[in-house]
Write a protein that binds this ligand. Structure first.
Ligand code: NAP
Length: 243
């Protein structure tokens, strides 16, 4: 039996760094992504070049039928294996002041972050519970703790993800499955590439944006056996940018 790590939204940014980190910790990694096959393949190639194992699953996490089909297909190909570490990282932002926010902007952001977490985690949780070991790590955000103007949809999705993290942690703790959230501040990825970096970094006590690898190291720790007694937590990683 092999224990896999599945990272959603792992073709770029934080998900890519998390996939590389978990591979370096010895996990065979499933790289989920939505559209950028070439980028996802290059993450897999980087892992295999370093002696690890990786495979791709292209699937929109907000589509419950697509999730079911993708997981079923993977399970058919891996009858003896299971996903021991699930990192719900896929996320989008579609910012607008609420007064101008369209229904789609509200629904799209909640669909990927919150509904995606629900569909995929529910599907994979049973195996973790049966095997009596598992890690669920949810990529929240400072926005879900503090709330940020222009991001009512995103803040709501991330705050809901934090609530779900805390509730689920209590449901599954007796089966040695931990559920935690990571709440990054500003991290250098495509998602933040259009922000006014020079202005924003003045607000950060450490004086810079974070690197994806720094967030990945935290996720790697939460996935490890050393973190077995941490559950239901939200761990901020934001250069001192407190609420
Ligand atoms: P990013 O660079 O924009 O990458 C987003 C990733 O999510 C891509 O791999 C993308 O796949 C995938 N994705 C998007 N929608 C998807 C869907 N419906 N199904 C499956 N995959 C999907 O974002 P990032 O900055 O790395 O952010 C990753 C996570 O961290 C997000 O949840 C974000 O909210 C959170 N976060 C980021 C920051 C930050 O400062 N960057 C701060 C706090 C929290 P494709 O490449 O195929 O499109």
């Amino acid at each position: 039996m092999k224990k896999y790590a599945l990272v959603t939204g792992a073709s770029r940014g934080l998900g890519r760094a998390v996939a590389l980190q978990l591979a370096s910790q010895g996990y065979p990694v499933i790289i989920n992504y939505q559209s950028r096959t070439e980028a996802a393949q290059s993450v897999a190639d980087e892992i295999t070049a370093a002696g690890g194992e990786a495979e791709l699953i292209k699937c929109d996490v907000s589509d419950p039928k697509a999730i079911e089909a993708a997981v079923e297909d993977w399970e058919n190909r891996h009858p003896d294996d299971y996903v021991d570490v699930l990192v719900n990282n896929a996320g989008i932002r579609q910012d607008a002041l609420m007064i101008f926010m369209q229904n789609e902007q509200w629904h799209n952001v909640l669909d990927v972050t919150l509904n995606g977490f629900f569909y995929l985690t529910r599907r994979l949780l049973k195996n973790m519970m049966t095997k009596r070991h598992g890690r669920v790590i949810n990529m929240a955000s400072l926005s879900g703790i503090k709330g940020l103007p222009g991001q009512v949809n995103y803040s709501a999705a991330k705050a809901a993800l934090i609530g779900a993290t805390k509730a689920l942690a209590q449901e599954v703790a007796p089966r040695r499955v931990t559920v935690n959230a990571v709440a990054p501040g500003f991290i250098e990825t495509d998602m933040t590439s259009e922000l006014p970096v020079n202005e924003l970094k003045k607000m950060v006590p450490v004086g810079r944006f974070g690197k994806p690898e720094e967030v990945a190291a935290l996720v790697g720790f939460l996935a490890s056996d050393s973190a077995a007694y941490i559950t239901g937590e939200v761990i901020s990683i934001n250069g001192g940018l407190y609420t």
